[in-house]
Design a protein around this ligand. Structure first.
Ligand code: SF4
Ligand code: SF4
Length: 234
Protein backbone atom coordinates (compact mmCIF):
# COMPACT_ATOMS: atom_id res chain seq x y z
CA UNK A 1 0.00 0.00 0.00
CA UNK A 2 1.22 3.50 -0.74
CA UNK A 3 0.65 6.56 1.47
CA UNK A 4 -2.39 7.71 -0.51
CA UNK A 5 -4.07 4.33 -0.11
CA UNK A 6 -3.25 4.29 3.61
CA UNK A 7 -4.61 7.82 4.01
CA UNK A 8 -7.84 6.94 2.18
CA UNK A 9 -8.44 4.03 4.55
CA UNK A 10 -8.02 6.34 7.56
CA UNK A 11 -10.00 9.16 5.93
CA UNK A 12 -12.94 6.85 5.30
CA UNK A 13 -13.15 6.33 9.07
CA UNK A 14 -12.82 10.03 9.97
CA UNK A 15 -12.39 10.22 13.74
CA UNK A 16 -9.41 8.14 14.89
CA UNK A 17 -7.78 7.21 18.17
CA UNK A 18 -4.33 8.75 18.61
CA UNK A 19 -2.12 7.22 21.31
CA UNK A 20 1.00 8.70 22.88
CA UNK A 21 3.07 7.99 25.98
CA UNK A 22 3.18 10.40 28.93
CA UNK A 23 5.87 9.46 31.47
CA UNK A 24 5.38 5.78 30.73
CA UNK A 25 1.57 5.87 30.76
CA UNK A 26 -0.43 5.50 27.50
CA UNK A 27 -2.75 8.40 26.68
CA UNK A 28 -5.39 8.46 23.94
CA UNK A 29 -7.64 11.03 22.32
CA UNK A 30 -9.80 11.36 19.23
CA UNK A 31 -8.47 13.35 16.28
CA UNK A 32 -8.27 13.02 12.50
CA UNK A 33 -5.84 13.16 9.61
CA UNK A 34 -6.39 16.04 7.22
CA UNK A 35 -3.81 15.58 4.49
CA UNK A 36 -1.13 13.35 3.02
CA UNK A 37 1.73 13.63 0.57
CA UNK A 38 4.88 11.67 -0.28
CA UNK A 39 6.32 12.58 3.16
CA UNK A 40 3.54 11.09 5.27
CA UNK A 41 0.22 11.65 7.03
CA UNK A 42 -0.71 14.99 8.62
CA UNK A 43 -2.74 15.93 11.68
CA UNK A 44 -3.15 18.96 13.91
CA UNK A 45 -3.25 19.76 17.57
CA UNK A 46 -2.71 22.83 19.73
CA UNK A 47 0.53 23.77 21.43
CA UNK A 48 -1.43 24.28 24.64
CA UNK A 49 -2.45 20.62 24.86
CA UNK A 50 -0.78 17.70 26.61
CA UNK A 51 -0.96 15.84 23.27
CA UNK A 52 1.47 18.39 21.80
CA UNK A 53 3.83 18.04 24.73
CA UNK A 54 3.88 14.24 24.41
CA UNK A 55 4.47 14.38 20.65
CA UNK A 56 7.39 16.78 21.10
CA UNK A 57 8.99 14.90 23.98
CA UNK A 58 8.52 11.34 22.74
CA UNK A 59 8.30 11.81 18.96
CA UNK A 60 5.97 8.87 18.42
CA UNK A 61 2.30 8.29 17.85
CA UNK A 62 0.06 5.33 17.16
CA UNK A 63 -3.22 5.77 15.27
CA UNK A 64 -6.10 3.37 14.80
CA UNK A 65 -9.72 3.25 13.72
CA UNK A 66 -12.49 0.92 12.59
CA UNK A 67 -14.89 0.94 9.62
CA UNK A 68 -17.83 0.89 8.98
CA UNK A 69 -19.50 -0.05 12.25
CA UNK A 70 -17.89 0.20 15.65
CA UNK A 71 -20.84 -1.17 17.62
CA UNK A 72 -20.84 -4.70 19.01
CA UNK A 73 -23.92 -6.87 18.58
CA UNK A 74 -24.45 -10.44 19.79
CA UNK A 75 -25.43 -13.58 17.96
CA UNK A 76 -27.90 -16.25 19.09
CA UNK A 77 -25.28 -17.83 21.33
CA UNK A 78 -24.69 -14.49 23.00
CA UNK A 79 -21.25 -14.17 21.49
CA UNK A 80 -19.96 -10.82 20.16
CA UNK A 81 -20.66 -10.26 16.48
CA UNK A 82 -19.17 -7.66 14.13
CA UNK A 83 -20.36 -6.40 10.78
CA UNK A 84 -17.70 -7.14 8.14
CA UNK A 85 -15.23 -4.28 7.82
CA UNK A 86 -11.69 -3.34 8.70
CA UNK A 87 -9.50 -1.82 11.34
CA UNK A 88 -6.33 0.03 10.47
CA UNK A 89 -3.41 1.12 12.60
CA UNK A 90 -0.14 2.93 12.00
CA UNK A 91 2.65 3.63 14.47
CA UNK A 92 5.84 5.58 14.07
CA UNK A 93 7.77 8.82 14.18
CA UNK A 94 6.32 12.32 14.02
CA UNK A 95 7.78 15.72 13.29
CA UNK A 96 6.26 19.18 13.68
CA UNK A 97 5.72 21.08 10.45
CA UNK A 98 6.57 24.80 10.41
CA UNK A 99 3.73 27.11 9.38
CA UNK A 100 5.78 28.42 6.44
CA UNK A 101 6.28 24.87 5.20
CA UNK A 102 2.57 24.19 5.54
CA UNK A 103 1.79 27.30 3.46
CA UNK A 104 4.21 26.11 0.78
CA UNK A 105 2.45 22.75 0.69
CA UNK A 106 -0.94 24.48 0.54
CA UNK A 107 0.19 26.45 -2.51
CA UNK A 108 0.78 23.13 -4.26
CA UNK A 109 -2.02 21.06 -2.81
CA UNK A 110 -5.48 22.25 -1.72
CA UNK A 111 -5.86 19.70 1.08
CA UNK A 112 -3.19 21.51 3.14
CA UNK A 113 -5.18 24.77 2.96
CA UNK A 114 -7.44 23.55 5.74
CA UNK A 115 -4.43 23.44 8.05
CA UNK A 116 -3.37 26.94 7.06
CA UNK A 117 -6.86 28.37 7.67
CA UNK A 118 -7.11 26.61 11.01
CA UNK A 119 -3.81 28.02 12.22
CA UNK A 120 -4.79 31.51 11.03
CA UNK A 121 -7.99 31.19 13.07
CA UNK A 122 -6.41 29.49 16.10
CA UNK A 123 -2.76 30.61 16.51
CA UNK A 124 -1.99 27.86 19.03
CA UNK A 125 -2.74 25.25 16.39
CA UNK A 126 0.14 23.39 14.76
CA UNK A 127 0.71 20.50 12.36
CA UNK A 128 2.50 17.20 12.73
CA UNK A 129 3.51 14.70 10.10
CA UNK A 130 3.70 10.96 10.74
CA UNK A 131 6.65 10.49 8.42
CA UNK A 132 8.07 7.06 9.25
CA UNK A 133 5.68 4.34 10.21
CA UNK A 134 4.43 0.82 9.87
CA UNK A 135 1.00 -0.68 10.34
CA UNK A 136 -1.66 -2.85 8.86
CA UNK A 137 -5.18 -3.09 7.53
CA UNK A 138 -7.04 -5.85 9.37
CA UNK A 139 -9.93 -6.71 7.08
CA UNK A 140 -12.43 -9.00 8.79
CA UNK A 141 -15.45 -11.02 7.81
CA UNK A 142 -15.73 -13.30 10.82
CA UNK A 143 -18.96 -14.98 9.71
CA UNK A 144 -17.53 -15.44 6.18
CA UNK A 145 -20.51 -13.68 4.59
CA UNK A 146 -18.56 -12.47 1.56
CA UNK A 147 -15.56 -14.79 1.27
CA UNK A 148 -14.24 -18.17 2.36
CA UNK A 149 -11.87 -16.97 5.12
CA UNK A 150 -12.24 -14.63 8.09
CA UNK A 151 -9.23 -12.33 7.78
CA UNK A 152 -7.21 -10.50 5.20
CA UNK A 153 -4.29 -8.63 6.78
CA UNK A 154 -2.29 -6.16 4.72
CA UNK A 155 0.86 -4.84 6.33
CA UNK A 156 2.48 -1.61 5.17
CA UNK A 157 5.32 0.76 5.96
CA UNK A 158 6.69 4.04 4.69
CA UNK A 159 9.50 6.51 5.30
CA UNK A 160 12.11 3.77 5.52
CA UNK A 161 10.51 1.82 8.37
CA UNK A 162 10.68 -1.96 8.15
CA UNK A 163 7.61 -4.03 8.92
CA UNK A 164 8.48 -6.06 12.05
CA UNK A 165 7.33 -9.66 12.09
CA UNK A 166 4.95 -10.51 14.91
CA UNK A 167 2.85 -13.61 14.94
CA UNK A 168 3.17 -17.39 14.96
CA UNK A 169 5.33 -19.60 12.80
CA UNK A 170 6.10 -23.26 12.40
CA UNK A 171 9.62 -24.38 13.28
CA UNK A 172 11.83 -27.26 12.18
CA UNK A 173 10.45 -29.31 15.07
CA UNK A 174 7.28 -29.96 13.06
CA UNK A 175 6.53 -33.66 12.69
CA UNK A 176 3.96 -33.13 9.94
CA UNK A 177 0.92 -34.49 11.82
CA UNK A 178 -1.49 -31.88 10.37
CA UNK A 179 -3.24 -31.25 13.71
CA UNK A 180 -2.79 -27.49 13.39
CA UNK A 181 -4.41 -27.30 9.96
CA UNK A 182 -7.55 -28.96 11.28
CA UNK A 183 -7.56 -26.66 14.32
CA UNK A 184 -7.25 -23.33 12.53
CA UNK A 185 -10.70 -21.77 12.00
CA UNK A 186 -9.06 -18.91 10.09
CA UNK A 187 -7.94 -21.23 7.28
CA UNK A 188 -4.46 -19.80 7.65
CA UNK A 189 -2.52 -23.07 7.58
CA UNK A 190 -1.74 -24.83 4.33
CA UNK A 191 0.45 -27.63 3.10
CA UNK A 192 3.18 -27.05 0.57
CA UNK A 193 4.82 -30.24 -0.60
CA UNK A 194 5.31 -32.02 2.73
CA UNK A 195 5.63 -28.89 4.86
CA UNK A 196 2.94 -27.08 6.87
CA UNK A 197 2.99 -23.30 6.53
CA UNK A 198 1.10 -20.33 8.01
CA UNK A 199 -0.37 -17.68 5.72
CA UNK A 200 0.37 -14.56 7.76
CA UNK A 201 -2.23 -12.54 5.84
CA UNK A 202 -4.99 -14.77 7.26
CA UNK A 203 -3.63 -15.59 10.72
CA UNK A 204 -5.31 -13.97 13.75
CA UNK A 205 -2.58 -15.12 16.18
CA UNK A 206 -5.37 -16.80 18.15
CA UNK A 207 -2.92 -19.44 19.42
CA UNK A 208 -5.15 -22.48 18.79
CA UNK A 209 -2.46 -24.15 16.68
CA UNK A 210 0.17 -23.40 19.31
CA UNK A 211 -1.93 -24.97 22.06
CA UNK A 212 -2.78 -28.07 20.04
CA UNK A 213 0.59 -28.83 18.43
CA UNK A 214 1.81 -32.13 19.94
CA UNK A 215 5.43 -31.38 19.06
CA UNK A 216 5.60 -27.81 20.43
CA UNK A 217 6.71 -26.88 16.94
CA UNK A 218 4.89 -23.54 16.81
CA UNK A 219 6.50 -20.43 18.22
CA UNK A 220 5.02 -17.05 19.04
CA UNK A 221 7.00 -13.98 18.05
CA UNK A 222 6.12 -10.96 20.12
CA UNK A 223 9.06 -8.75 19.31
CA UNK A 224 11.14 -8.39 16.20
CA UNK A 225 14.00 -8.12 15.92
CA UNK A 226 14.51 -9.74 19.27
CA UNK A 227 13.66 -12.78 21.31
CA UNK A 228 11.04 -15.31 20.41
CA UNK A 229 8.88 -15.87 23.44
CA UNK A 230 6.08 -18.15 24.40
CA UNK A 231 3.96 -15.87 26.57
CA UNK A 232 1.80 -18.50 28.25
CA UNK A 233 2.14 -22.10 29.28
CA UNK A 234 0.02 -24.81 27.73
S1 SF4 B 1 0.47 -29.53 14.72
FE1 SF4 B 1 2.62 -29.05 15.02
S2 SF4 B 1 3.73 -30.90 14.44
FE2 SF4 B 1 1.66 -31.09 13.61
S3 SF4 B 1 1.82 -30.25 11.52
FE3 SF4 B 1 1.21 -28.57 12.84
S4 SF4 B 1 3.13 -27.59 13.44
FE4 SF4 B 1 3.64 -29.59 12.62
S1 SF4 C 1 -2.64 -18.67 15.48
FE1 SF4 C 1 -4.80 -19.15 15.10
S2 SF4 C 1 -5.22 -18.17 13.15
FE2 SF4 C 1 -3.01 -18.29 13.31
S3 SF4 C 1 -2.45 -20.18 12.28
FE3 SF4 C 1 -2.68 -20.67 14.44
S4 SF4 C 1 -4.79 -21.35 14.69
FE4 SF4 C 1 -4.64 -20.28 12.71
Amino acid sequence: MNIKEIYNKFDQIGCLTFATIDRGVPQTRIAHLFAHDHEGLYFRTMKTKAFYDQLKKDGHVSICGMFPNTSVSHNKEGMPSFEPGYTINASGDVKEIAFETLKEKAAEDEQFMLGVKDIEKYPAMTTFCLHRAWGEVFDFDFEMEHRSHKLQRTRFSFGGRQIPFKGVRITDECIGCGECMGTCSFKAIYQQDDAYCIDQTRCDVCGDCYINCPASAIEIVLEAPGPVRRHFEK
